[in-house]
Design a protein around this ligand. Structure first.
Ligand SMILES: [Zn+2]
Ligand SMILES: [Zn+2]
Length: 385
């Protein structure tokens, strides 16, 4: 299968700036992210394709070679084969630090881990763990500490994670002499080029295990449970993802832990509706309350607030209770509680109540005058702007 043009993959033109390339890739990465498209092979292909395009176009040197020589200039993929050995999901996610870094405060939106080699040798990285945490509005308003139990891979105690049975259980890799990489001379359109790749014998670790640790069967990791304390900042919202570095799965053979990704879910409040940092409440007054005025109580996140109702309050009026909303997660300031007034009209009446209302039917004060009609109409019109 022929490779698609990288500019086409990202949907940008040949003169796109570095910022435009980054933006376009960010969009594609979110669209085709495996978390969003579980089990969708096509999405995964698109995800990898976009990552590969970004890997080339974001690097000025690679981009220049690509512009000049096409796919053959970057990784000799003219046969339609792999991309310099292929980009693994791990490599793709390691790019994400630059792309999505620093979304909110101390948390990165996605796990950002740059560089997974150490002194030429490849260092394994454990996979990320994903958990969902459901929060109510009160927890969101104040921030909350949650303890959750997760099942995950942890480093094997017996072999301290290296996977070998004792000190003589492993030996330096003879293929790469412990460096973890092998060097090859490849003929490319640009002439002979030296390429380095991960040692196929040891997988880049520089060591091979001759006697496996019986506890973990040579993997260096075992299944276990851990209780993790998550500090959730105030103001988070449904769909936000927080990450805790190093709290994911341990890596095979003593590498670097993956991250714990925490997806926020929001519980519905029985009376309050969230609109970003504001809260909305529908206040239902009786006819006498609206006409006579008085004081009523409205629910807030941590209790109740008293609200003064002016005599003659109309349905549709919105009262604003400053700073009774939710704090903003990434800036200062707090939202408001907006109280929408509506009026309850009785659905059944006793005969004496009927008589009273009939007596009021033609009373001038019960007829809306011209200016009131205009005021109510303009509020109605605003609803559709
Ligand atoms: Zn072990
Ligand atoms: Zn090796």
């Amino acid at each position: 299968m022929a490779k698609r043009d990288y500019y086409e993959v990202l949907g940008i033109d040949k003169n796109a700036s570095a910022e435009e390339i980054k933006k376009a890739y960010r969009k594609k990465a979110i669209q085709f992210h495996p978390d969003k498209n579980p089990g969708d092979k096509q999405a995964e292909e698109n995800f990898k394709e976009a990552a590969e395009a970004y890997d080339v176009l974001s690097d000025p040197q690679k981009r220049q070679r690509y512009d000049q020589f096409g796919h053959a200039g970057v990784g000799g993929a003219s046969q339609g084969g792999g991309f310099g050995g292929g980009m693994s999901m791990e490599d793709i996610f390691s790019q994400f630090g630059d792309i999505f870094g620093g979304h909110f405060g101390g948390f990165g939106g996605f796990s950002g881990f740059g560089g997974n080699t150490r002194g030429g040798r490849r260092v394994n990285r454990g996979s990320d763990l994903r958990v969902k945490v459901k929060l109510n509005l009160k927890e969101i308003a104040n921030g909350v500490e949650k303890k959750i139990k997760v099942k995950k891979y942890v480093s094997c105690n017996k072999c301290h994670g290296n996977g070998a049975d004792g000190d003589d259980g492993s030996t330096t890799c003879s293929t790469c002499k412990g460096s973890g990489v092998v060097t090859r001379i490849a003929n490319t359109i640009l002439g002979q080029m030296q390429t380095q790749s991960t040692c196929p014998t040891c997988g880049g670790e520089g060591k091979v295990i001759t006697k496996k640790c019986p506890e973990c069967n040579g993997e260096g990791i075992v299944r276990d449970e851990e209780v993790i304390t998550i500090n959730i900042p105030a103001g988070v919202a449904e769909g936000m993802q927080l990450s805790m570095n190093g709290k994911g799965n341990a890596a095979r053979h003593g590498g670097i832990n993956g991250d714990l990704l925490i997806l926020i879910e929001e519980e519905e409040h029985p009376e309050l509706i969230r609109d970003e940092n504001d809260l909305l409440y529908n206040l239902l007054l009786s006819v006498p309350q609206a006409a006579l005025g008085g004081t009523v109580e409205v629910p807030t996140i941590d209790g109740k607030a008293k609200v003064k109702i002016e005599p003659g309050t109309q349905p549709g009026k919105v009262l604003r209770l400053r700073n009774k909303g939710l704090p903003s997660v990434n800036s200062y300031g707090t939202g408001d509680l907006l109280v929408n007034v509506s009026v309850y009209i009785p659905e059944s009446l006793s005969s004496s109540e009927k008589d009273m209302l009939t007596g009021l039917e033609n009373s001038p004060n019960f007829q809306p005058n011209k200016s009131m009609k205009e005021k109510i109409f303009s509020r109605f019109r605003n609803l559709f702007d």
